[in-house]
Structures are given as structure tokens and as C-alpha cells.
Ligand binder design. Sequence first.
Ligand SMILES: C[S@@+](CC[C@H](N)C(=O)[O-])C[C@H]1O[C@@H](n2cnc3c(N)ncnc32)[C@H](O)[C@@H]1O
Length: 235
Amino acid sequence: MAFRATILTLYPEMFPGHLGHSLAGRALERGQWSLDAVQIRDFAEDKHRTVDDTPAGGGAGMVLRADILGRAIDHVSGDDARPRLLMSPRGRPLSQARVREIAAGPGAVIVCGRFEGVDQRVIDARALEEVSIGDYILSGGEPAALTLLDAVVRILPGVMGNALSGVHESFEGGLLEHPHYTRPQVFEEREIPAVLTSGNHGAIERWRRAEAERLTRERRPDLLSQPHLSQPVTK
Ligand SMILES: C[S@@+](CC[C@H](N)C(=O)[O-])C[C@H]1O[C@@H](n2cnc3c(N)ncnc32)[C@H](O)[C@@H]1O
């Protein structure tokens, strides 16, 4: 069974967005994954199709109603085994490890928040897993859902042309990736590091590993304090 993504959103026209192009788009056409964007307003019951209301306790903004979102979730997911995710800046930061777990499963139901957020009771009642894509605030969950799906879809079997290119990337070995070079040999007086054109594969691997460690130390020392992740990147 192909990976099945169902998005609950107030803006279904934002999907598949960039995922309709390039590798993900071709994989979508080939049926290697599927995407269904469902309008949350279809589950409202008043004639204006209202989905939000003022926050209990007062304050700015509006809150997505629990009853309407609950109906929408039940309609699309029933009792299927897919994880139910809520894109949320309060969530656990998305990691490549979680991306791999999601990609290994049957798919995902992804709720895109809007306004000030979502009524807590539906988050609890439908056991939504809150997922953040970073410490900043977007105006809605749609770009976050597209980001998560982008990361998932590219590692689905058969989606990337060269499967190995998914194994050597940043985070996969707990380190940031080493720098890349290609022709021309000289660009504005800057040469490709000599070791990379030496033909000595052992030396090239050692150089790449050392560069990956250097970059990680400089930019993301927090990754080095997770020793279970800091395994050598092996061919
Ligand atoms: C304006 S934001 C709400 C922010 C909320 N009031 C807060 O301070 O946590 C509206 C919606 O955008 C989405 N969103 C915003 N930033 C996000 C992030 N960093 N990661 C994932 N989703 C995000 C969520 O779905 C959220 O419900």
C-alpha cells in the first residue's frame, strides 16, 4: 500500500503545492504516495460554515472549534493506523528520525492550525501529536505540513533516483554534512580541495568525516551531545 497523506485544512487549494513538482510530483503521479486535502469547513453546521470562535477566558484572536475539527478527523481517519499530527509551534521539533518513522508507516493525517490555535480538548480527545518545524510562528499549518511531507516523501522507496544520496545527508549520522564541490576546478581563484581529486578514497572519506565534525562543532554542537546519533557515516 502506498503512503497515504490526508490533510485537514481551511486552504485545500494550497496542496499539493510544491509537492506537485520534481521528484515528489512524479512520485505522486505514479501513485507512489497519495494526497487528499480536506476542507475543515465542510464539517461546520451553520450556513456561514463557521469553524472558529472567541477564546474562552478572553484575549486576542480566534480558536478552531473542537467539535468541528473532531468530526473532520473522525471522517478522514476513523480507526485507521495512521498517526494524527497537528502542526504546532508548541510541538516536539521535527527530526529526521521522526521523518523516517512516519515514512515507514502507512501514511499520516495532518491537521493544519490557523488563528490562535486549536481547542485543547480535540487535541487531547483525538490524541493529536503536535509537531513543530522550528522556533518561529507561521500564519498557518499548511507550509509546515508541506515541509513535513516533503521530508517524508523524498525518502519513500523508489522516490529518489539514487537511494544512497538519502543516507549520507546531514543528521543521518548525527552530524551535519561535509561540503560539496564540482567543476570547474577553479572558481574565482578558489580551488577544489586537493584531496577530493586525489583518487584516494580512504583519504577522501577521512576528510569528509573531519569536515562534517568541524561543521557540526561550529554550527550545531547540540548534535554532538546526543552520542547515540553520532555514528560514523558509512558507505
Ligand atoms: C499563528 S499560528 C498560532 C500560534 C499560537 N498562537 C502560538 O503562539 O503557539 C497558527 C497555526 O500555524 C501553525 N504553525 C505556526 N508556526 C508553526 C511552527 N513553527 N511549526 C508548525 N506549525 C506552525 C500551527 O498550525 C498554528 O496553529
